[in-house]
Ligand binder design. Structure first.
Ligand SMILES: *Cc1c(COP(=O)(O)O)cnc(C)c1O
Length: 384
């Protein structure tokens, strides 16, 4: 198989090239001539059947190692499409604890109205899962690397458990991206991503994708055709452009993050760094085995708690205080204040999200510049 950098640029390209164009042109047309196709195959923008969609589906399937893939209008469109395809009223889901806030929000606020229920699992403790099964359990849902503490789920045990118990195994691979992990090759049934993050990688587009067998992806597409979860033509163009540098970007971000995490873990103002590349990370050995590089995401806790964290964030000059991740601009956030503010103080404490915890998405800036900025901001905290 060719290297990721080659596939991210060429896989799925139309041949012969469209009007000899090297880059896929934007097909800014909602409708195509009708030739008697069945509904879901009609050439229509909402049905994701345009040339822009076809190229992206093939390219993403290639990157994920799946038979088929589909791009969607956002990561949440991918998640709602997947959950509404495999779960019906009365069904039950096993869900990793501390999943992305939007996912728990969807389950708690929307899918609960349809009578879809879930129980959370500790993704590190396979022995505890069996007793949580009910006769209506249909699927198990985890994230490759959890937010914000970068816990790496026991992916192999989840696949085995799902197969033994006839469950659909679903994984949100957003934090790792296919540059680091291809869960389909580990045996997962469905992989989904928020392409808003690493796949597009430029902080300028909301998009998502799902990957799996042709049969499963078709089922999800049919659900999204009804819900209206497609990506528009210009969005497809941006995603295809962003994707081309996936391998380069993630390799740089991984290298930078590894250096930064090591340096921060030796700093007196930092109580603890969570990064899969550090030997003290509880799943470091698994990360070495299952991931390519350790990625650009980390979190760390300041000894001085809330006030130190706020002082530190205010003193940074390069990293921008904002949620989201995976782009050229380094983004930094205090999860207790932003991403996880929907949780109660007690829930946050249980999930290890303390007031002084900081999540850092390492961007594409020079590593020395980022380190200097972080150390200078930390210096202003200790100097207090
Ligand atoms: C951002 C994110 C999502 C949601 O994606 P959108 O593109 O914002 O809809 C889902 N899962 C994870 C892990 C995310 O970080």
């Amino acid at each position: 198989m060719k290297e990721i950098q080659t596939r991210a640029i060429h896989a799925g390209r139309p041949l012969p090239r469209i009007e000899s164009a090297v880059v896929t042109p934007i097909f800014q047309t909602t409708i195509y001539e009708y030739h008697g196709e069945p509904y879901h195959d009609v050439g229509y923008l909402r049905l994701s059947t345009t040339p822009n969609h076809r190229v992206l589906s093939k390219r993403i399937a290639d990157l994920e190692g799946s038979e088929s893939a589909l791009v969607t209008g956002s990561g949440m469109a991918a998640i709602s499409g997947v959950l509404l395809t495999f779960l019906a009223s009365g069904d039950h889901l096993l869900l990793q604890d501390c999943t992305y806030g939007g996912t728990s929000g969807l389950l708690n606020k929307e899918l609960s109205k349809l009578g879809i229920r879930y129980t959370t699992i500790d993704a590190q403790d396979p022995a505890s899962w069996k007793m949580l099964l009910t006769p209506s359990t249909k699927a198990i849902y985890v994230e490759t690397l959890s937010n914000p503490l970068l816990e790496l789920a026991d992916l192999e045990a989840i696949v085995e458990f799902a197969q033994e118990n006839g469950l659909v195994s679903i994984i949100d691979n957003t934090f790792a991206s296919p540059a680091q992990c291809q869960p389909i090759l580990l045996g997962f049934d469905i992989v989904l991503e928020s392409c808003t993050k690493y796949l597009n990688g430029h902080n300028d587009l909301a998009a998502g994708c799902v990957a799996g067998t042709q049969k499963n992806v078709n089922r999800i597409k049919h659900t999204l055709d009804h819900l209206g979860g497609h990506l528009d033509a210009h969005g497809c163009f941006l995603l295809e452009r962003g994707l081309k540098t996936l391998g380069l970007r993630v390799a740089h971000q991984s290298q930078s993050a590894t250096r930064i995490a090591e340096r921060l873990s030796r700093h007196p103002a930092v109580a603890q760094v969570s990064y899969p590349g550090l030997v003290i990370h509880p799943q470091h050995a698994r990360a070495k085995r299952l991931l390519k590089g350790f990625g650009g995401m980390m979190s760390f806790e300041l000894r001085g708690g809330l006030s130190a964290a706020e002082q530190f964030l205010g003193a940074l000059e390069i990293a921008i205080v904002a949620p989201s991740l995976g782009g050229p601009e380094s983004l930094i956030v205090r999860p207790a204040a932003a991403v996880h503010s929907g949780l109660s103080a007690e829930e946050r404490a249980r999930s290890g999200i303390t007031d002084g915890l900081i999540r850092f998405s390492v961007g594409l800036e020079g590593t020395d510049d980022l380190l200097a900025d972080l150390l200078s901001a930390l210096g202003s905290v200790t100097g207090e």
